[in-house]
Design a protein around this ligand. Structure first.
Ligand code: PLP
Length: 353
């Protein structure tokens, strides 16, 4: 099998597996006062320090959560009082679940800065913009977004779940969400990093953990694994593999957002007229694991809101996402392209018949 679905879950990093196992073996609860609890507390604070340092926040301003969805929800719940939420049209469901006004994107998938500026003139806002899109890998112009937010006194929340660990993230955000399993750590860990002086209202009430900002015992093994994964250097060979894939595609297919700056590991390939679900199923039979647009929790595939927002109206349900894991081998492009051509031939034969 060839795993090409890193944006759903990154391949596990061995250092993350080892760190998670070590943390679990400690056995204590970080909130306990005894020696074993203090060991767990130290492991938790070491992980917090590493994450804070890696992503540019103070440890005291780093709230540990049980995932990226929760980190995003904490920001939107915690900072939205008295503000309208403005969210990019291609945001993940974790953001789109909150009532919001959409900020359109340009046909290349990047945020329409003129539209954002106009919306910001209408009053206090919380702006939620992803650093990198999970389906296309398109990067938004975060430095410009941050400057606009600063000029209008808006809170800027950045969903960095796909960008973290893969590319440098522009400073200027007020809050930033990351997720452990997108870094190569375990599922069930995330963090919300904050600009100093910001205190979100807690989303989960409980025993006062995380300085009252997130109740509940911290998932220490997953957090230790996330921190170990975050320390790993980003791979440097993925853009070359991605480009080789795109260069070898048959005529008639379209790479969404190809002209925009993108994550090095992601390509969204649209085959007009061919439902993404069918493409994914045949590729799966051929041993290739890719996604149809976003991996939907229910396993169902809907037309992609990302492609629709970029203007692919008739073929918004025809894109497959190939997302290379950090450990993708040198023969990845060749193997993918062989499978892709075979998939296209099989499906087109059925259409002709
Ligand atoms: N934000 C983006 C951009 C994502 O791609 C995802 C997951 O796919 C999430 C948020 C949610 O993260 P998690 O799976 O950790 O809840």
């Amino acid at each position: 099998m060839l795993y090409l679905d890193a944006n759903a879950t990154e391949s596990p990093r061995p250092e993350a597996l080892a760190a998670a196992a070590r943390a679990m073996a400690l056995g204590g609860n970080p909130s306990s006062m005894h020696g074993q609890g203090r060991l767990a507390r130290r492991a938790l604070e070491d992980a917090r320090d590493a994450l804070a340092r890696r992503f540019g926040a103070a440890p005291a301003d780093t709230v540990l959560t049980a995932g990226g969805t929760e980190a995003n929800a904490l920001a939107l719940h915690g900072f939205a009082a008295g503000r309208r939420i403005l969210a990019g049209a291609t945001e993940h469901a974790a953001i789109r679940a909150f009532p919001h006004t959409g900020i359109p994107v340009l046909p290349d998938g990047t945020l329409d800065l003129g539209a954002l500026a106009a919306l910001l003139r209408d009053g206090p806002a919380l702006v939620a913009v992803m650093a990198a899109n999970n389906e296309t890998g398109v990067l938004h112009p975060l430095a410009e977004v941050a400057a606009l937010c600063r000029a209008h006194g808006a809170h800027l929340h950045v969903d960095a779940v796909q960008a973290a660990g893969r590319i440098a993230i522009a400073p200027g955000w007020d809050s930033l969400a990351i997720s452990g399993h997108k870094l190569g750590g375990p599922m069930g860990a995330g963090a919300l990093l904050l600009r100093p002086g910001l205190h979100p209202a807690a989303l989960v009430a409980g025993g006062g953990q995380e300085r009252g900002r997130r109740g509940g015992t911290e998932p220490l093994p997953a957090i230790a694994g996330m921190a170990a994964a975050a320390r790993a250097a980003p791979p440097s060979h993925l853009a070359g593999l991605r480009d080789a894939i795109e260069a070898g595609l048959p005529p008639g297919v379209i790479v969404a957002g190809q002209s925009a700056p993108r994550l090095p590991n992601t390509t969204q390939i649209v085959m007009p007229g061919m439902a993404a679900e069918r493409q994914v199923m045949v590729l799966d039979q051929l041993g290739l694991c890719v996604s149809a647009g976003a991996a939907c929790s229910s396993g169902k595939v809907a037309a992609s809101h990302v492609l629709a927002a970029m203007g692919f109206s008739g073929s918004a349900g025809c894109g497959i996402r190939v997302s290379l894991p950090w450990d993708a081998g040198p023969d990845t492009a060749e193997r993918f392209l062989a499978g892709y051509r075979e998939m296209a031939a099989r499906l087109l034969r059925k259409v002709v018949r």
